[in-house]
Ligand binder design. Structure first.
Ligand SMILES: Cc1cc2nc3c(=O)[nH]c(=O)nc-3n(C[C@H](O)[C@H](O)[C@H](O)COP(=O)(O)OP(=O)(O)OC[C@H]3O[C@@H](n4cnc5c(N)ncnc54)[C@H](O)[C@@H]3O)c2cc1C
Length: 226
């Protein structure tokens, strides 16, 4: 119906990081949302021109120069003497397309699904994939994920599970939230830098809220675009 008029609780003009997180949050609160953007790809400056491309170029420079390897073991493991523009662009393209072969880090704190099931606790799982996170794509970890366990009745955080790069570092965000007795609100209200793996907490929380409210579509891919 070409003349059909649709109404929404919220219309967001601009599908950059602000618009996307706003849309995902509104959806988690069961609002209907439309996102309007005049660019052919969502993500705004964060994905298309600024944040992700610039951090990808930095990561590529570190990898090609061997700087990271030298800092680690004091030896020159330079991969290439002369990096070309094509080398940089190739990595950026790979980040956008997605590829990975890595040995994952594993870290967890708090309850597991098994212990919660045994204890008869009604819980909801929120999951965020590294591949849907700007930093995850930049570092090339496309298999990693963060899983949060919340008590359904009050969305209190009960468990944090991470498999992926930097898992042993980013688990501390969840550890502190657990010690503080936090609920999902803490991650919804927190403003995370982008692109960071820390932002996975917001994506996983929104995913859990969508499931808790019975919403079918997961917006985890949209929740962290910057
Ligand atoms: C080189 C560079 C590096 C950066 N690095 C970082 C970083 O490392 N970390 C960080 O946190 N921030 C970084 N930033 C800043 C970050 O990109 C911005 O803060 C962020 O993108 C702002 O998000 P936004 O959603 O408010 O706006 P934008 O990302 O600008 O998104 C606005 C969206 O609105 C759309 N739009 C505009 N006008 C209209 C219209 N009339 N109708 C429909 N759609 C419209 C645009 O197409 C776009 O998709 C960087 C910026 C640049 C330029």
């Amino acid at each position: 119906m070409p003349n059909e008029i649709k109404t929404y609780d919220l219309v967001i003009i601009g599908g950059g990081p602000a618009g996307i997180v706003g849309a995902a949050t509104a959806k988690a609160y069961r609002k209907t949302v439309a996102v309007v953007d005049n660019h052919h790809e969502l993500g705004g400056t964060g994905v298309n021109t600024g944040t992700v491309p610039s951090k990808t170029l930095r990561e590529t420079a570190l990898a090609l120069s061997g700087i990271k390897a030298r800092q680690l073991i004091g030896m020159d493991f330079s991969l290439k003497q002369e990096a070309t523009v094509a080398d940089f662009l190739r990595h950026e393209q790979h980040v956008k397309e997605g590829f990975n072969t890595m040995i994952p880090e594993v870290s967890m704190v708090g309850a597991t699904e098994e212990t919660l099931m045994k204890a008869g606790v009604d819980y909801v799982v929120g999951r965020a994939n590294y591949r849907d996170n700007g930093r995850g794509r930049i570092i090339g970890d496309l298999d990693g994920f963060l899983k949060l366990l919340f008590r359904r009745e009050d969305m209190k955080l009960l468990g944090v599970h991470i498999i992926g790069e930097q898992a042993t570092e980013i688990v501390h965000i969840g550890l502190v939230a657990l010690l503080a007795g936090s609920t999902a609100d803490v991650f919804v209200e927190a403003c995370f830098n982008a692109p960071t793996l820390g932002a996975l907490y917001k994506s996983a929380t929104i995913d859990a809220m969508l499931k808790a409210t019975g919403a079918e579509a997961s917006l985890s891919a949209l929740a962290e675009a910057g």
